[in-house]
Design a protein around this ligand. Structure first.
Ligand code: CO
Length: 211
């Protein structure tokens, strides 16, 4: 079995590096967390939330799953949103997808991937909504990239329609929901300009420009 000692050594060095900058860092952090942001991103190992936006422990609350999907019956994701909005009172919820997402690519095929196909069903639903637009794209890569973006847009909408976010806006809590996409190829995040800050119609659906 592979020895994981190197991870413990990395950890010790990491903690020492932080303490060199701020000797009270962990002491202060152990008393409370006060993040301004909730990040909902993909589990992909190439998209680590803290690192790509340059934030330290304590500065961003994170939920990750395959293909950054927000499902209204997913107690895990809903609990994270509730805690972030109602207890931590984050000011921003960021749904961040990424180009080249394996979950998105898998959802564009009809191959059998096992249990994950039930999860990817949510992304296939996004494809169904935008089928004409996606089918018009040049090749598989372009189709997948477009679906990566449109999936973010739909998940922003899903975040906005959760009871926690709707209720936060009803009580005038300051809260914005953003849709971003990250490029694994160059490390740069693009804002998809679908920010929602609270205006909802009678169905609880916010309006924003689709990309
Ligand atoms: Co992914």
């Amino acid at each position: 079995m592979q020895n994981l000692l190197h991870l413990f050594e990395n950890n010790k060095k990491w903690a020492e590096d932080i303490l060199r900058e701020d000797p009270d860092f962990f002491q202060k952090l152990s008393k409370q967390q006060n993040p301004e942001y909730l990040w909902i991103g993909c589990s992909d190992s190439r998209v680590p939330a803290n690192e790509i936006v340059g934030l330290l422990p304590g500065e961003i609350f994170v939920h990750r799953n395959i293909a950054n999907v927000v499902v209204h019956t997913d107690l895990n994701c809903l609990s994270v949103i509730q805690y972030a909005v109602e207890v931590l009172k984050v000011k921003h919820i960021i749904v961040c997808g990424h180009y080249g997402c394996g979950g998105i690519k898998a959802a564009l095929t009809n191959d059998d991937h096992g249990i994950i196909d039930n999860w990817l069903r949510h992304i296939k639903d996004v494809y169904r909504l935008y089928k004409n637009q996606i089918d018009a794209a040049d090749d598989f890569v372009a189709k997948a990239d477009l679906l990566c973006e449109l999936n973010v847009v739909e998940q922003v909408l899903n975040v906005c329609q959760t009871t926690m976010v709707q209720n936060a806006w009803k009580r005038q809590q300051e809260l914005a929901v953003h849709g971003w996409i990250y490029s694994i190829a160059n490390g740069i995040i693009k804002d998809l300009n679908v920010k929602v800050t609270g205006q909802a119609d009678e169905y609880g659906a916010p309006s924003f420009p689709t990309p």
